[in-house]
Ligand binder design. Structure first.
Ligand code: ASP
Length: 462
């Protein structure tokens, strides 16, 4: 039997009847797409509200004893429009409304538990609707409740994690006939309580199912043609990336590459299953394939990621290199102050640590600076705020001389001063710290240098 493809559709792919019709066409175009994971309907246009956000507002209203009817009608209205647009029986909407009312009437025992029960209704109703739409087109499609299927999660409401035994329990889905339509975003604790993943968690559901059934491919349908080599908002002509490795994806995602949360794909990474990011609105576009390994050639950069919101603490001390334990004590101060550091570029007599600005509040800064001065007796210590990190990433970077030169020359030509430079020890990335105001020029300059100037540069990009 041909392998299974798990196809996950995000909220924008399910926002209205027209989008759901596209989803049905995609699912039915490939008989290997036997497990379909759906989000709740998302925004239909800018300014619109996602069903999940409506449900959160509804739950909050119920929790505070306020009026719920208008919000409930808004949610039901979203599904009714899809049901009517697809010519499905009105009984589908009637049942969705009844289910939502039952959830609201379940009683509030605990805030997190109640919120999760209401939030989960978005994906649950959507899966029922999509299964119905597929059946209407003649497919043998069936909705499946995650709890009944065995998707067992920890009891952390809104932040659940998969329990390892889920994988064995879900493996049986492999042999189920027809198409399984599975709601994303939630599962159950072993005692049957509904719990949700963090926001955007339908990606996790899809990845867990793909790993559990040993899928041939995990397809993640969204509203972009592919992952781009740089943020298209900064570089309008950014090149699409056809293929990248898990490691490249992770390095890029870390520095603000927002296609999906890299942690969401951990289950498929562990299982070595390729992930394909594709566009529901243009299913003929090849998308981006994320794979365990790919052929790479020297000098190749696959993508450029960047993010604002960083700061650096610089510490200077003459003969620091001889002082055993200096680095450890510096990092220990950060650890004791509850700060996670991002990078630690260092020299002979100086070292620096890069932190996220949102964690390094002025009060924390005062405390950390005082401790460094007292405990490490440095010659100088200072903080620089308003930094951005720009990363170039590529498996082929480690074996190439001159990558840094090419990058720094490009940045210098753009008139940007590099505040900090770090080659990741994985050697598949190089990080440049620049002033946040210089981030757009830096990204553009690097894109030009690695993707536009030489035909052989960034050979992976289309
Ligand atoms: N509907 C949920 C959210 O908006 C989960 C998801 O779409 O993945 O966060």
């Amino acid at each position: 039997m041909a392998g299974i493809k798990v196809a996950k559709f995000g909220g924008s792919s399910l926002a209205d009847a027209g989008q759901v019709a596209k989803v049905c066409d995609i699912v039915m175009a490939d008989s290997q797409r036997r497990i379909v994971v759906v989000s709740a309907p998302g925004r239909r246009q800018s300014g619109d509200v996602k069903v999940t956000d409506l449900l959160i507002a509804l739950a909050e209203a119920a929790l505070s004893g306020g009026a719920t009817d208008k919000l409930l009608q808004q949610v039901v209205g979203r599904y009714a429009a899809i049901q009517q647009g697809l010519g499905l029986p009105s009984a589908v909407t009637v049942e969705i409304e009844a289910d939502l009312r039952r959830r609201l009437a379940a009683g509030i025992t605990e805030r997190g538990r109640f919120l999760d029960l209401i939030k989960a209704a978005g994906e649950d109703a959507c899966a029922r609707l999509v299964a119905e739409a597929l059946r209407r087109r003649g497919a043998d499609a069936h909705y499946l409740h995650p709890g009944a299927a065995g998707l067992w999660l920890t009891a952390e409401h809104g932040n659940a994690m998969v329990l390892p035994e889920s994988y064995a329990r879900l493996r049986g889905l492999r042999d189920r006939p027809g198409i399984v339509v599975f709601p994303g975003f939630f599962g159950c604790t072993p005692d049957g309580t509904v719990v949700t993943f963090p926001r955007g968690g339908s990606d996790i559901t899809g990845a867990v199912l793909a790993a559990a059934v040993g899928a041939e491919l995990y397809e993640n349908f969204t509203d972009v043609d592919s992952v781009f080599a740089a943020d298209p908002q900064l570089v309008p002509n950014a090149r699409p990336i056809r293929m990248l490795t898990y490691r490249e994806m992770r390095e890029l995602a870390y520095a603000g590459f927002g296609v999906f949360h890299d942690e969401a794909i951990v289950p498929v990474v562990r299982a070595g299953i390729p992930v394909c990011i594709r566009n529901t609105n243009r299913p003929e576009a090849p998308g981006t394939l994320v794979v365990p390994k790919r052929p790479s050639k020297g000098g190749e950069v696959v993508g450029i990621a960047s993010a604002d919101g960083f700061c650096a603490v610089y510490v200077d001390k003459y003969l620091m290199n001889r002082e055993i334990g200096f680095g450890r004590r510096l990092l220990q101060i950060l650890e004791e102050e509850g700060l996670s550091y991002e990078h630690a570029p260092s020299g002979i007599d100086n070292t620096s640590v890069v932190l996220r600005e949102r964690d390094f509040t002025p009060a924390k800064e005062a405390q950390v600076m005082q401790r460094i001065r007292e405990e490490l007796q440095p010659d100088n210590v200072e903080v620089q705020r308003g930094l951005a990190l720009v990363m170039i990433v590529g498996e082929g970077m480690h074996c190439t001389v001159g990558m840094a030169a090419r990058a720094t020359t490009a940045i210098a030509r753009a008139g940007v001063n590099i505040e900090m430079l770090n080659q990741g020890s994985s050697e598949i990335s190089m990080m440049f710290g620049v002033k946040a105001v210089d981030r757009p020029q830096t990204v553009r300059a690097l894109h030009r240098a690695f993707f536009e100037e030489r035909a052989d540069a960034g050979g992976n990009a289309a």
